[in-house]
Design a protein around this ligand. Structure first.
Ligand code: GLY
Ligand code: MN
Ligand code: MN
Length: 507
């Protein structure tokens, strides 16, 4: 299907954002006055009832209050983001910026081009959502605009409807630039950069005209990105419930994979069978996958971000699957299971698996409030280093390897053990080190525990029988009052339990 309009297609800008439409001559759209009157007529009235308040709305209001309290007296601009061109005149599915989703409660594909503006007032602040209202049926957009038109992308909500859903004051998108750029210089303004390049540019011009120092503005904007990232370090009860839904849906996807393994073995591209079975579940249960699925069979497991997934799945290999369902509110799980395709681990596979499991268990045992985030990783690394020393793979002792100047064990696990998890798979990524790695765990934090060992097929330092074996076990945990709860405990992680679970799904 192609759009009808003569000038709608867009070309890709330097950053991949939508750029100016390019004229094309090979398409025609009906445009006579008679046609326009005809297409505008004969439609049922819009429903008069307003939609219900979003369950996230009250939580989002509380988050906005916390943000405004961090930067009192300032205008804060948080764009939803713009469509990204996928290919010529087709866009990627829209996903709002994570900070926008967090601070408005709007999820899935909601409100391209919109922006949340927190405006200082004498009483404190006012939060306003600038949003593209629905175009009526007598507009050209209604039938001729493949990006926003109702006949192309479905009916858009009215401003009143978005107000009802979010509890926010809503104003038309056409007023956004003025709202962002007015009084710049007199009012301190910060924008979350790169979400909406056009808005960045408009603000940059206004700042320049007002004599605002560009370097200071950059620092101020980066601070805003950091603050909204740090705001998500501790999840509220709504977020925890969404994380549970994401993890539960992910567990269903892993069970689907086990059932599909015979089909994967029979297929030339068995990894694609694994990937698509999971992604089918992800689309049915939620918005989709929270990140590209890694479906890595045999030696592909040693390529940490193996997302090509075009290899075969052999009966006697392990298959490492790193996958997460993102629910409609955009919270995602991030789970890895490494499964014996046949349903039974071989001895070398089990040996590597058990070593990784021991490292994961050590990390679980270390994780509790008051312990620093980095200590969870350190606990896993102790086990990894000791195991590799026992296997005589290290150039020295485990203690030497664990020292700053050594780290030899990291040859077989170059990634970290944990990262925060939430609306972004690597959530809170702009947080300062002292709020992340060096911070103490607090109840409500959600993060992964994901040690691994990867013996590449060409690794001459690895024992021959281990070459081509890669294992990662990744769970999602919630910090509680006295430890952590494993949110992904519904998926077996011990070798005997995995074998029994796989057998039960294949009966
Ligand atoms: N799936 C990406 C990660 O585990 O961090
Ligand atoms: Mn992860
Ligand atoms: Mn992962």
């Amino acid at each position: 299907m192609l759009p009808m309009s003569e000038n709608e297609p867009v070309v890709q800008g330097p950053e991949g954002e939508s750029a100016k439409p390019q004229e094309v001559e090979h398409r025609e759209r009906p445009n006579s006055p008679a046609f326009r009157a005809f297409i505008a007529s004969g439609w049922a009235p819009r429903p008069s009832e307003l939609p219900a308040r979003l369950p996230a709305a009250a939580y989002a209001a509380e988050r906005r209050a916390r943000l405004a309290a961090e930067l009192p007296g300032e205008r804060l601009v948080l764009p939803a983001g713009v469509f990204r061109v996928r290919s010529n005149d087709t866009d990627h599915r829209f996903r709002p910026h994570s900070a926008f989703a967090h601070l408005t409660g709007l999820g899935t594909d909601r409100e391209p081009d919109a922006a949340l503006v927190i405006e200082p007032t004498a009483e404190g602040f006012e939060a306003v959502l600038y949003v593209q209202p629905r175009a009526e049926r007598d507009s050209e957009q209604f039938y001729a605009d493949p990006r926003y038109g109702e006949l192309w992308v479905g009916v858009r909500p009215s401003l009143e409807e978005v107000e009802a859903e979010t509890g926010l004051t809503c104003r038309p998108l056409a007023d956004l630039r003025e709202a962002v750029t007015k009084d710049v210089g007199a009012v301190p303004v910060r924008v979350l950069r790169e979400a909406d390049p056009g808005l960045d540019e408009a603000l940059a011009e206004a700042r320049e005209a007002a004599g605002v120092d560009a370097a200071e503005a950059l620092t101020a904007d980066h601070d805003l990105a950091r603050i909204v990232s740090e705001l998500r370090l501790v999840k509220d009860e709504f977020e925890v419930a969404e994380m549970r839904r994401a993890v539960d849906a992910t567990a269903l996807g892993f069970a689907d994979i086990v059932r599909a393994l015979p089909e994967a073995v029979a297929s030339v591209r068995g990894e694609r069978v694994v990937e698509t079975v999971f992604e089918s579940r992800a689309r049915r249960e939620g918005n989709g996958v929270g990140y590209d699925t890694i479906a890595a069979s045999g030696p592909h497991a040693c390529t940490l971000h193996w997302i090509r997934n075009d290899g075969p799945v052999h009966e006697n290999d392990l298959v490492l699957v790193d996958a997460g369902v993102e629910v409609d509110t955009l919270y995602t799980a991030d789970v890895t299971r490494t499964l014996p395709v046949s349903g039974k681990f071989t001895e070398p596979q089990r040996r590597v698996y058990q070593a990784v499991l021991d490292a994961a268990d050590a990390a679980f045992a270390a994780a509790r409030p008051g312990v620093k985030f980095r200590e969870v990783h350190a606990a896993a690394m102790q086990v990894i280093a000791r195991t590799l020393a026992e296997w005589d793979l290290l150039p020295g002792t485990a203690e030497e390897s664990l020292g700053k100047e050594g780290q030899f064990h990291r040859r077989w696990m170059v990634h970290g053990t944990s990262h925060h998890l939430g609306i972004d798979v690597h959530d809170c990524a702009q947080a300062r080190k002292e709020m992340y790695l060096d911070a103490e765990l607090q109840p409500g934090m959600v993060f992964t525990i994901e040690p691994g060992l990867y013996f590449g097929p060409h690794d001459l330092l690895a024992p021959e029988e281990l070459r081509g074996i890669g294992v990662r076990i990744e769970d999602d945990v919630l910090v509680t009052a006295d430890g952590v709860e494993n949110l992904s405990a519904g998926l077996p992680r011990r070798p005997d339990e995995i074998e029994a679970w796989m057998a039960s799904l294949r009966d």
